[in-house]
Design a protein around this ligand. Sequence first.
Ligand code: AMP
Length: 208
Amino acid sequence: MNIILMGCPGAGKGTQSARLQSAYNLQHISTGDLLRAEMASGSALGKQVAEVINGGNLVSDELMISMLETRVKASDKGIIFDGFPRTVAQAQALEIMLQKYNRSITSVIMIDLPEEEVVKRLSSRRLCKKCGRPAATITQPVCACGGELYVRADDAPESVKHRLEVYRKDTLPVKNYYQHSGKYVEINGHQTPDQVFEDICSVLEKVK
Ligand code: AMP
């Protein structure tokens, strides 16, 4: 299975990917995580990437596609693509890349969430430095795994506003790209993580 998990910022792509990874023994490739790892390495590229991400913009298609290809090439499992493709050019490149490695997309799952809910979620989101998961409550001092919690720089209100504009302009056309492929399914993201997971699993059970 090769799955694309789409959805606006804060829709729960990371949370659901982590669960799907263990439930279906898939490899989770999050392009956001790849970029944050580059930033954390302190490299010159990481510094350039930080500027782009913290401003709420997208990094170039070329960089993203080449970072992704390295992972796809090395993987011997089905893949969950989390946060990719974010532009139509990336969707087209992904199709060519998957053909090259004898793969194809099984399902494109869009986690749908109203914008008001996105703003609410991201303005209170704190993530764990150790396991990467969001804190379950606003008040807990540390993550359930014991890791330190932090706020992503691009979750600042101005960045979120801009990320949503970028999402509407560049990423929503990707939805149109897949909508009539016969592989596209929308899931209601305005439910508990357990309910969203259940809905995704019932889609995947039909195609696996
Ligand atoms: P995410 O963790 O998926 O929310 O991604 C965080 C940020 O990384 C995004 O707001 C973009 O700046 C950048 N990013 C992640 N994936 C992509 C992509 N496929 N294309 C371009 N930029 C990306």
